[in-house]
Design a protein around this ligand. Structure first.
Ligand code: AMP
Ligand code: ZN
Length: 114
């Protein structure tokens, strides 16, 4: 756990969030600034900076995070489909340095823009 990490603080309950789903090692909550009718963030409860860090440290754990993301899509009834994004590195414009998987849906999301 990282003391100055926003998503560690959310997992610990020190910063409020709207919980969507929780498993042993993953926590899902609503994005505060949604890009789509459904916009949920799924994070590992332990601090890993990004997808590559968790893939290197514990691929099974990474699988649990993606499994939780799939569960979120089902629970949120995203029957028309959904998009999963894990921004990594400077070019992605990411703002929070604790691995998080965006689960987006509830409308036609269109093509990924270049
Ligand atoms: P990224 O650009 O991939 O780093 O995404 C970070 C996401 O975290 C953004 O979509 C923000 O809207 C979201 N976010 C920032 N602070 C909070 C918060 N306190 N609760 C929920 N979502 C947040
Ligand atoms: Zn963290």
């Amino acid at each position: 756990m990282s003391t100055d990490c926003l998503f560690c603080a959310i997992v610990a309950g020190r910063v409020p969030s709207t919980k969507v789903l929780e498993t042993d090692r993953a926590y899902a909550f609503r994005d505060i600034n949604p890009w789509a009718p459904t916009h949920v963030l799924v994070v590992p409860k332990d601090h890993y900076e990004d997808l590559a860090a968790l893939a290197a440290a514990d691929p099974t754990y990474l699988g649990e995070v993606f499994g939780a993301a799939a569960q979120v899509a089902e629970q949120e009834n995203l029957t028309g489909g959904h998009r999963i994004i894990a921004n990594t590195g400077d070019d992605s414009g990411r703002t929070v340095f604790h691995l998080h998987v965006h689960v987006l849906g509830g409308k036609n999301l269109g093509a990924l823009a270049g």
